[in-house]
Design a protein around this ligand. Structure first.
Ligand code: GDP
Ligand code: GDP
Length: 454
């Protein structure tokens, strides 16, 4: 049915996003006391200290946001992966294996003042098998005299050891440069951002009132378009002043020129819808309040969700809605819009102009959510509490574990959960619902991708 297709679209969108995952992950491994935590703090600076001050929020933090050379990555301290009762060496090599399969690069920290121990050698053996790039940090090289100790670490077979002093910060810049080089390139957050007014697509099935609304919005303000001195206005777009803000309604030329050829009209309408959604950051999906929600409506909504755009639902022709119809709608929408409970609803009339101003605050909320990022520390503190209270369902006798999560991207907000097993769609939806309860994201789709370690 149409609901199933919306579900499929959400999953397809998630899969597509996974391919262009935007925040690479570095995992830090090594024996206790070699200075991993000190090095992690050195790399982070004091940025996450704010989170640390919140009592009870920090205990299980193992993943952090890190920046270097204009690049953003997630830093994972594998010390948080509860070593089993299997002995030091076994648990550290297990951590290294997990690091290899979840991270984009691994940083092995050894204590240069001690030299390579048998445990270090065992871990190095595991890491050498990995296709994941591995960097070797020779820590506690506090001064020149200790540089000789570093050279002996070539024996680990992991290439050049980077001498650092996590405690004093010595050479940590060189190490970070090497880390950034080892991590895969990621598109920057701003990639989809274009300067100027925020871009809006006005979409909906034929006769829902798109041109009427556009005329209402631009009608009295045609001059706005002309009076923006020196701006190049793409002739297919319209600049609209709404609630004190200028918006760029994309691809509106097609709305003015009505395509009425009997066959082909539908095709062109859906093509226009797709083009407009792709060009926009947020879509106003216009629905006809006087009629039941149709398959065509859901098709448009699906296109918006699939494209990962923010969204506002505008119930047009509200002037035709009476008491009976209103009661009817409540049930209809509860069923029809189960997959987009996060979308803001505004009741308007393009004919009378009723409430069209309310579109602006809804658009602003949706875009703010679309741009929003939850810091990795905060996200993991929240997630570990949630999962402790409601663990993922057991599958095939195994309980999948969520190792950590990061918000890998915005526009749309995209979470990546690193797990030891498959998470069912139902459980992912549960996480999404709780995530929204805690962090908001009203008006924006949120994608939840799962990376299962092999
Ligand atoms: P972890 O168990 O690997 O996370 O190690 P920690 O970061 O807790 O560090 C263990 C000990 O080594 C602490 O007493 C640190 O102060 C010390 N340490 C860490 N980095 C350095 C360093 O670069 N030089 C020296 N001299 N000591 C360090
Ligand atoms: P479009 O195909 O989506 O561009 O829809 P139009 O703007 O051409 O509107 C289709 C029909 O619905 C026209 O007859 C409009 O006058 C009518 N219409 C549009 N908005 C409203 C509204 O808010 N209330 C009422 N009663 N009619 C409307």
């Amino acid at each position: 049915s149409e609901f199933a297709s919306l579900d499929a679209a959400i999953e397809a969108g998630e899969a597509a996003e996974e391919a262009q995952l935007s925040q690479p992950v570095l995992a830090v491994v090594g024996r206790p006391n070699v200075g991993k935590s000190t090095l992690v703090n050195r790399i982070l600076g004091r940025r996450e200290a704010v989170v640390q001050d919140v009592p009870g929020v920090t205990r299980d933090r193992i993943a952090y946001d890190a920046f270097w050379g204009g690049r953003r990555f997630t830093l994972v301290d594998t010390g948080g992966w509860e070593p089993g009762a299997s002995g030091l060496q076994a648990s550290i090599t297990a951590q290294a294996e997990m690091a290899m399969s979840t991270a984009d690069a691994v940083l092995l920290v050894v204590d240069a003042s001690v030299g390579a121990t048998t445990t270090d050698e065992a871990v190095a053996r595991v890491l050498r098998r990995s296709k994941t790039p591995v960097l070797l940090a020779a820590n506690k090289v506090d001064d020149e005299r200790l540089l000789a100790d570093t050279a002996s670490l070539w024996s680990l077979g992991l290439g050049e050891p980077y001498p650092v002093s996590a405690l004093h910060g010595r050479n940590s810049g060189d190490l970070l440069d090497a880390i950034i080089k080892a991590l895969p390139d990621a598109p920057r957050d701003g990639d989809r951002a274009v300067a100027g007014p925020r871009r809006v697509a006005l979409v909906g099935k034929p006769n829902v009132g798109k041109s009427s609304l556009l005329n209402k919005l631009t009608g009295e303000q045609r001059s706005v378009v002309d009076s923006v001195a020196g701006t190049t206005v793409d002739p297919v777009d319209s600049l609209v002043e709404l609630d004190g803000q200028t918006w760029r309604f994309v691809d509106t030329a097609g709305l003015r020129k009505r395509v009425n050829s009997a066959n082909g009209a539908e095709y062109y309408a859906s093509l226009r819808t797709k083009t407009a959604i792709d060009a926009a950051e947020v879509a106003i999906v216009l629905l006809d309040s006087s009629e039941p929600l149709s398959e065509q409506d859901l098709r448009v909504l699906t296109m918006v969700v699939e494209a990962g755009r923010a969204c506002v639902l505008a119930f047009n022709k509200w002037d035709l809605v009476d008491e009976d119809r209103r009661h009817q709608m409540v049930r209809e929408l509860e069923r029809g819009l189960v997959r987009v409970p996060w979308a803001d609803k505004v009741n308007i009339s393009a004919l009378t102009g009723r409430s069209v101003r309310k579109l602006a605050p809804a658009l602003r909320t949706a875009l703010a959510s679309w741009d929003q990022r939850v810091p990795t520390g905060l996200l993991n503190a929240w997630l570990s509490d949630l999962i402790a209270a409601t663990p993922p369902p057991v599958r095939g006798g195994k309980q999948p574990k969520v190792l950590f999560a990061t918000q890998a991207g915005i526009r749309p907000p995209t979470l990546v959960l690193f797990t030891t097993g498959f998470l069912e769609a139902g459980y992912r939806r549960f996480i999404e619902r709780k995530f929204r309860e805690r962090f908001g994201f009203e008006g924006s789709p949120v994608r939840i991708n799962v990376r299962v370690r092999e």
